[in-house]
Design a protein around this ligand. Sequence first.
Ligand SMILES: [Zn+2]
Ligand SMILES: [Zn+2]
Length: 412
Amino acid sequence: MPDPPPFDVPESALAAARRAEGLALCPECFGRLFGRLGHGLTNPERAARLRAALGAPGADPGPACVGCAGLFARTEVWVERAVRAAEGFEWHRFTCGSRWEPELLAREEALWSDVGTEWGESLRSAFNRELGKQIERRSGAAGGPERPDVVFLADLAVGRVEVTVLPVYVRGRYRKLDRSLPQTRWPCRRCRGRGCAACGGTGKTYSESVEEVVAAPFLRASGATDTRFHGMGREDIDARMLGRGRPFVLELVRPRRRSLDLVALGAELAESARGRVEVVDLAPADAADVLRVKEASPDKSYRVGVLGDVAVAKVNEALDLALARAIAQRTPTRVAHRRADRVRTRRIVAARLVDAARGRFTLDLRTEAGTYVKEWVEGDGGRTEPSLAGLLGVPLKVEFLDVLEIHDTEGT
Ligand SMILES: [Zn+2]
Ligand SMILES: [Zn+2]
């Protein structure tokens, strides 16, 4: 066997290798003492070259290795545990890590200082890398930190691999045509979701929601255990959501299948949700889309039906006044139980009287995000100032409210 080619080793590293030569170290651990020298080599390759340079062949102590107790000879056991932990789940990308007893890692640092090496690579990072390479080989999946489907954690002390299955995200826009549907599941207040007489054992205040209607085919197709629905804001339960629909991200928790046929699921949804919810623009998404949807604060357009006996000219006059100044809105009474009580400043961006009949009229409004439209019309007992009722000097009541558009994209 020809000698392995030499690599550039400082004299001080060679001296440290000579001190390490007397210890029971496997090739992986011997090479790892100098892991930050000789770029591109594996640790056993480093060991072979250093030992050749020392003229000492060395032996593999196996389980008696003082560096790893034979761990690197048994990595395939850990690969097997990882692959088995993820059985039944579809995964194409993964990350792996490991949990160690602190004494083991401390012992390694003592070994470094005994030997006098300043080039050591830690047991943990070498093991994680080796495990990753072998899982790649075994499964055909790609290892790396970018958007993993599963995360493996090898617990060295317990002898077990834990797997975390990351969610699948799907985005889209929904229209809601049913004035009885809340956007998300609404746990029963009395029993907090456990099921009681008040909610007929369902644990819910409303029997269904946009979330449940939209999620149903995705739950079935993915085998997920649960869903989370992230909407770009939400409309009142009795408000329809029209126009291009409201952007949302559906999060499928712990899915068994990740390759979803969005065209087929969209068609299935169109059938099952007919007349209640319509979903368009379905596309794959990721966790960053959840943030984007949560943080967006676009203008909204509404159509509001108002009950109140006012002359058309008066309404137009009041709308001109309303457009000219900002509104101060104190947190409405109806949401005060779940939102902090404070005063927000908002603007009505555009307002137009659409039609009027005796005792009622219809408005189209465009408002800044976060404007409480019902309260702006009715006044909320003086908590919104000015309000349309206040400007007109007559009591008003919102008869219906529809969201006509979410202006979340440029030029809308
Ligand atoms: Zn070892
Ligand atoms: Zn209940």
